[in-house]
Design a protein around this ligand. Structure first.
Ligand code: BTN
Length: 241
């Protein structure tokens, strides 16, 4: 299975994820990719919106089907594909902020929104900032953002991402865990969370991820807790705080 065939491009649509989910529900084949120059209702994680000026980001959704246990770490494999694709095109070093934001220099370069109907299909939605100027990012974003720059256009980014995603969805779980560890932006970092476990308070230090993709945190009381991405909301100090 190869992502990018077929490829449907739209100049303006509500959300590539919404369109890809409709295609998936209608039986579109594995590997189908939907892109757009601009979205009117781009979706982010946790019901947030995702906005980007026309033509200045890769707005990409890919259909993976069927799903099986080998895809358990898809939420971690997808940002690793984004890292690899970006690094293949520009002289940057990418890290992953668990579970699936991609950071360059502690600023958010890309986000991933996976929407799935297991065991039938998943839509892997990816937004990568390419040429958005610093003053064009919305004022209310929760974390500083950055663009890849270096003249990379959405089409070049799409081709690189098709290849990297094709590789990363098929990687064995152990390899995903190992490479994620090498790119883990939260290891050793103080963080707090809302929801989920934490008897002695919901703050501690990132200690990597486990084999199921949970974030491991050592609380100040010395307890190690495993946080699932669906159950907690992380709070980090912003750079410079
Ligand atoms: C996040 O960081 O909150 C995830 C953002 C995901 C945005 C992309 S843009 C392409 C695709 N279509 C959407 O509506 N959302 C994803």
């Amino acid at each position: 299975m190869q992502f990018g065939s077929p490829h449907h491009h739209h100049e303006l649509i509500d959300s590539t994820n919404v369109v890809a989910k409709e295609l998936a529900a209608d039986g579109a084949p594995a590997g189908t990719v939907v892109t757009a120059s601009e979205q009117t209702a781009g979706r982010g994680r946790g019901d947030r919106v995702w906005t980007a000026p026309a033509g200045s980001a890769l707005l990409y959704s890919a259909i993976l089907r069927p799903l099986d246990l080998g895809h358990l770490l898809l939420p971690l494999a997808a940002p690793l594909a984004v890292c690899e694709a970006c690094e293949s095109l520009a002289p940057v070093h990418c890290e992953v902020k668990w579970p699936n934001d991609v950071w360059v220099d502690e600023r958010k370069l890309a986000g991933v929104l996976i929407e799935a109907r297991p065991p039938d299909w998943a839509v892997i939605g990816i937004g990568i900032n390419l040429s958005i100027a610093d003053d064009e990012f919305p004022d209310d974003i929760r974390w500083p953002a950055i663009s890849l720059g270096h003249g990379i256009d959405p089409d070049a980014m799409r081709v690189a991402l098709d290849a990297a995603l094709t590789k990363w969805v098929a990687e064995p779980t152990e390899h995903v865990v190992d490479v994620f560890a090498a790119r883990d932006a939260l290891r050793g970092r103080e963080l707090a969370w809302e929801g989920g476990p934490g008897e002695g308070g919901r703050s501690g230090t990132g200690e990597g991820i486990d084999e199921r993709g949970n974030l491991l945190v050592r609380t100040s009381g010395g307890e190690q807790v495993a946080l699932g991405s669906g159950e907690v909301s992380l709070k980090l100090g912003r750079p410079g705080d």
